[in-house]
Each structure stands twice: as C-alpha cells, then as structure tokens.
Design a protein around this ligand. Sequence first.
Ligand code: PRP
Ligand code: URA
Length: 221
Amino acid sequence: MFRGILKHMPTTKYPNVVIFDHPLIQHKLTYLRDASTSHRPFRALLYQIAGLMVYEATRSVPVVEVDVQTPMERTKGRRLAGKVTVVPVLRAGLGMAEGVLEMMPEARVGHLGIFRDEQTLKPIAYLKRLPKDLNAGPVLLVDPMLATGGSAAAAITMLHEAGATDLRMICLVAAPEGIAAVTAAAPGMTIYTAAIDERLNEKGYILPGLGDAGDRLYGTG
Ligand code: PRP
Ligand code: URA
C-alpha cells in the first residue's frame, strides 16, 4: 500500500514542487524504499532515477540557436546557453550526481559536504568546493532526502552566497517539513521530487521514507 504517499499534490498546496508520477520513476523508487534492496542495486537505481529526473528538471533551461552543418546541408539547432553546475550534498547526493552527469556530461560539479548532527538535527557543513562563476547558468542541487530541510537550507544559503541565481533542487523523497524549510530559504525555487511522504519520526527520519540514504548507498548502515 502507498501509506501516506501523496502521488499528486494539489499545486495550490505546494506550488513550488513538481512530483514525478512517471511509472518508471515510481517503479524504481519502490525498489529504493524496499529494505531488502542492498547497496549495489540501490546505487544503480539512484543513478538511473536521477538521470530520469534531470530530464524534467532541465526542461526550462535557457538554450541558444546555433548553426549546424549536417552531412546534407546547413540548418539551425539549439544548444544549452549557460554552464550547468550540478551540486551534490555529500554523501548521498553523490549517488544522484552521477546519474545527472550521464545525461549532461558537460555539466560542472560543485561539492557541498553537510551532515546532520544526530542529536540536534542541525546541519554541519564541512566542505565547499564550487565553481567561481555559479551565476553562469542553472545550478542543480541534488540530495535524495529532504527531511527537516536543514541541510538543504544550509546548501541553498551557501549557493546563494556563492552567486547562484538559477537554482533548482532535485530530491527523491521529501517531507512536508523539508519543503517548508526550503521554501522559506528560497521562495521562488522549484523542488523536483518523486514523492512527498507523510511525516518525520522523532529522530528526524522520513516516514515511510527509505531509511538513511547515505548508509544505504554506501553499505555503511
Ligand atoms: C542525509 C541526506 C540529507 C540530510 C537530510 O544526509 O542525504 O543531506 O540527511 O536531512 P535534513 O533535511 O533533516 O537536513 P546525512 O546528514 O545523513 O549525511 P551523510 O549522508 O553524509 O551521512
Ligand atoms: N536523512 C536520510 O538519509 N533519511 C531520512 O529519512 C532523513 C534524513
């Protein structure tokens, strides 16, 4: 049963959230949720699902018209206008960044290392490596889990401070609390997710969720 998983949120409730209800994405998400899926298939599935999600998340990125010489004649084509930057939040975001790069191999990669303090659930940032000209194109922030939203809000602040102007977030499972925190941090930003789950438990884990994404991805649980 889809306990508490809202597949089609009314846009009036979360106007800044796009939920992927595509069967392929939901099929893969269900395997990712499954506690019996070990780190090897988990890694492959996260990679695949990120590649599918980026297709929609980049629908509105700017393009420029260019001339192209085919073997037959000269014609017009379109290329991405800016420099796209993918920014995974370590650790689990790395598993999504790889899938995004499969679709957009020319994208640059910035890294943000952030983890939650287990007691306070507050984000602790320990790494920041970003391109200098983040405003040169769309920035795709990727992290599978949006729980309290503390990590994402911290990442957004760091990206804004670093100059990002066109920022989008791709996650996998979002809690309502996380959406609220991110919306407050970046009111106009679109969040792309495969599911909005029911709630957080007392330890800040998403229910039903999929557990600790970093541990499941790297087999460290
Ligand atoms: C996970 C996840 C997010 C964060 C979400 O990372 O990948 O970054 O939790 O929780 P929040 O919305 O409440 O901030 P974690 O802190 O477990 O770090 P790790 O993957 O490096 O272990
Ligand atoms: N981080 C995770 O990896 N999973 C959750 O459910 C919440 C935060």
